[in-house]
Design a protein around this ligand. Structure first.
Ligand SMILES: Cc1ncc(COP(=O)(O)OP(=O)(O)O)c(N)n1
Ligand SMILES: Cc1nc(C(=O)O)sc1CCOP(=O)(O)O
Ligand SMILES: [Mg+2]
Length: 214
């Protein structure tokens, strides 16, 4: 994918694994979210009760197939080996994961997303060859227990003012009521977990988000 295609795909980015689905089948949740209009998906099988080993691989393969059927880019959180096993379109890594430059070198064919919390980390990620940035937490989140302090959309504006031109998505506590502020600050899109996975109707929640952050 070229830079413009990545920018478009970031518009409404669902990040999720089975622990986020409250007992519902993650495949059904993803199906509904796709019907509602999500534009990118990240398999993040993390937290209490997360699947391991073969079960994780099997779920990832079902989600991967669904994304392929609908032309939705499929990204894997953290795990290079899993990303390769699932023939993912990309990988997302954080500041505590493998160095971005090494991942870029090992996975030249993949989209590489990197978490950045300030302009210095954003510049370093850009120099390392990142394809997009994830900037959070925008707002308070209950989903990631080890999230950093809330940065707010102002951090995105600071990155843009500092000359960071990479495709960029905000993440953390984002819903239909606050996503507009994230886009107005300079993000190409929003990444969400609970606003879709915990909604009574993930399809309607995705559609509402898409409408609100256009
Ligand atoms: C799109 C996006 N942005 C940020 C993150 C967070 O990544 P990281 O800091 O590595 O934390 P974990 O998700 O691995 O707990 C993300 N996953 N996706
Ligand atoms: C996966 C993740 N990364 C974050 C960061 O700040 O980098 S916040 C987060 C969880 C986002 O979940 P929700 O949309 O339910 O708040
Ligand atoms: Mg990580």
């Amino acid at each position: 994918m070229n830079e413009q295609q990545i920018r478009q795909a970031l518009r409404l980015y669902l990040v999720m694994g089975s622990p986020n689905c409250g007992g519902a089948d993650p495949v059904r949740v993803l199906e509904a979210a796709i019907a509602g209009g999500i534009t990118m998906f990240q398999f993040r099988e993390k937290g209490a009760g997360a699947l391991q080993g073969q079960a994780r691989l099997a779920l990832g393969a079902r989600l991967r197939r669904l994304c392929a059927q609908h032309g939705i880019p499929f990204i894997v959180d953290d795990d290079e080996r899993l990303a390769l096993e699932l023939a993912a379109d990309g990988i997302h890594i954080g500041q505590e994961d493998a160095p971005a430059a090494a991942v870029r070198e090992r996975l030249p064919q993949m989209i590489v997303g990197v978490s950045a919390h300030d302009p210095a980390e954003a510049s370093a990620a850009m120099a390392a060859g990142a394809d997009y940035l994830g900037v959070g937490p925008q707002y308070a989140t209950r989903t990631k227990l080890d999230a950093r302090e809330v940065r707010g959309p102002a951090m995105i504006a600071r990155m843009r003012e500092a000359g960071i031109r990479l495709p960029l998505v905000g993440i953390g506590g984002i819903d239909a009521g606050n996503c507009g502020a994230v886009i107005r600050a300079g993000a190409d899109g929003v990444a969400v977990v609970s606003a879709i996975t915990e909604a009574r109707s993930p399809q309607e929640a995705a559609a509402r988000l898409l409408g609100a952050c256009l």
